[in-house]
Design a protein. Sequence first.
Length: 427
Amino acid sequence: MNVLIVGAGIAGLTTALALDRAGIDACVVEATPELRPLGVGINLQPHAVRELTELGLAEALEATGIPTREMITMDRFGNRIAVHPRGRHAGYAWPQYSIHRGELQMLLVDAVRERQGHDAVRTGLSFEGFAEDSAGVEARLRDRASGEVVTLRADLLVGADGILSAARRLLHPDEGAPLWNGVRMWRGVTEVDRFLTGDTMLVAGAHGLGRMVAYPISKAAAERGRSLVNWVAEVRVSSDPQGREATANWTRAGRLEDVLPYYADWCVDGFDVPGLLSNAESILDYPMVDRDPLPFWGRGRVTLAGDAAHPMYPVGSNGASQAILDARVLARELASSATDPVTGLRAYEEIRLPGANAVAMACRDMPLDRVLDLIAERAPGGFGRIEDILDAEELAGVRAIWQQTTDMDAEALNTRESWDPIGSLRA
């Protein structure tokens, strides 16, 4: 069996590694001419770190990212609402990692090429379409340097090409553009002396007045006594008449003068939030968008994975983690259905689609943000004790909310049988 994967992001590269682990040949094609460590920070939840660990990447992750200890929610004045332990500190056998997306991508690229050869990841090839027959799939690609059409055949095709997926557009042609929820996001990375404890994730404020998510993402910076901080500034805005905020452009440069006014008077737990924004090397500006859940991802010998299958708001720190789960389940099901790969694809979708869609809808529901908005409404000038603002039931609700979008049951994950396809085949 051999599989063609469209997209060299987290989903596509992890799928290639998972398939290799299952003894299945894979080739990844990517439109970008050169892969570089671009982007900002992301989080890998323990359920995803377990899968990457079983793929042999534990040491590389430990050498690159920050094992997150806790997530602290605050109001815009730095008054603490709740503290949520993360990773091993929450009872998991694996950590949560906060990590630079570009560094994670390059880590995965290197692993794929080391195990399968340099040509296992081919760049500069834009995916344009496919034709399927009883023997396999033929993908039509365009060489971005020469303009020539390139065709590649495989037994199966996996579209892992993100929220603007060309593969998804071919499979679901009537879907339309991504859906914007009215929240505009500015993102950047800034190196500072130290961010809070050095392994804390901060969620502060509320979308109406300004919400800030920030966390350190670099082991190398930590070893120098510094913190390389990923920050996301989120504000709910009125509709732009030209639709600029609603356009899903992940590379659009942002302007400090657009975002800084929302945070000019912030000082959270002694940390200089305006300085964090002002000292960023660059700022990105894009909307918070997702898509409605699909009733099915693919057909025949073609399926989807990662953001191409289930894009979700970045409110539960779970997009990349869900993509990694896709990769492992796909490899396991193909390994167990080697003589009938189409059946393996359908089994993969039956297992992953309901759960991934449920996480996406939980992220869209945004219950934590409703609580933060409520606190901002009840205490617009800040508070001394959160117990004076929220009653016992509301406080219990804050602690339970995070589990809806991010957490699994720690004991269930720790005791669950491995998804490793080699182990499945041996059993």
